[in-house]
Write a protein that binds this ligand. Sequence first.
Ligand code: ADP
Length: 445
Amino acid sequence: MLDSRYQVRAFIYNENLLNFFLASLILSAITSYRLAKPIHKVILKALRISNKRIFGEIFQTDDEDLLDDESDSISELEIALDKIHTKMKRRKALYLQSQEEAQAFMSAVSEGLVSINVDEKIHYFNSQFAAQFLTGRQLGQESLSLKDAIRDSDVLEGFEKTIREHKGNRFTVKLATLLDNQPRYFSVSVNPIRNEKTKVMYGVVGIFHDITELKKAEQIRIDFVGNASHELRTPLTSIKGYIDTLKEDFKTGQIQQAGKFLDIVSRNIDRLMDLVNDLLSISALESANSELRLEIIHPLQISEHVVAEMAVLAAEKNISIRVIGEAPPFTADAHKLEQILRNLVSNAVKYIPQGRTVQIRWEKDQKNHVVLRVIDDGQGISGEHLDRLFERFYRIDKGRTRDAGGTGLGLAIVKHIMQSHGGNVSVKSVEGKGSEFICTFPVGR
Ligand code: ADP
């Protein structure tokens, strides 16, 4: 077999064939130049247009001379590519920036956000959604479907409904989250994501708004209305009963008991008045435009006023009330401070046995806060009640405290007033030894 090099050599040394080879080389060069020339022109034209656009956009110029020299097509190409590159870099930077902004925005909202494709595979979620519903292992997974994160049938049905019907829907669900052991309430709104141009739905976005606190507030309000109505109904029922009896007695002329019955009616009306006043106080304290009338107050002076008011009640039970300690004048609402003192001192007088003592003590603590203590040596309050004592209508012994004239709102009012002063109230109590209510007012007010 002949080596291929020899074959080539034999071919080249054949003169006829060599001529033929040269002729066809020239012919093909001419043909390819002819064919390539229009393409070359088209490219140049395209480049010119694109450059004009780029220059127009970037430098606001229409200067055709910039690329007029057709012979300098290489540099024209370079310039064009350079401009395209710059423009793409700018677009990329803008795109990345807007993506970062969108990410920051999604994570800044307090709601959990999740988007899924129509096959229910999760496409995007924000940090709030992850914290509530995705375990560390799930976060590491490449592909995750909605039901891997949330198994609740209402949630899955809500998303499926939007996929099916191509329209948004909203619902409320109670869900367990990874945040704590408490189930939380969510208002979930699900909406289709559509292609801007074609309007074809390609996914669904869900927003999980945590409404647990709202639900709690609603429950407190419902309980409050229920409790208040109950508290009002008790004296009203009693008043109605005694008035009806009195009416009958007057008809039959048996009026021996009338004085006693009228006393009971009068006591119940007092109770109603106390309740309505306390309810009005609570509502005024809770209203958005409740304002403190701040002034410089003299704590010992105010305490003496309250002691004077309580003198008759205290004397009935042979209870002594003393004002001790020292506190410089400070800024507070005098009327509300009196209300605090009245509630705490009257509680002590109401709930401690005959012959005991109550102290109103004023002092400054290490942090320079003004501290008021109302201390009694009564039977005290057992530990299990202490946490709930400042709740509205919370009473230790309902029957007994009602008999003592309590509304169940006194300590809730104290707590409100202290909070509005930027301070706080707490209680210490040892059963059989007595109780101590401590109000701390912040400095510099
Ligand atoms: P009330 O109007 O019933 O007194 P409060 O909110 O003022 O309502 O007090 C709540 C409950 O705390 C009272 O019902 C009472 O059982 C208990 N309490 C308050 N102060 C004292 C005290 N100094 N000694 C014992 N129990 C008290």
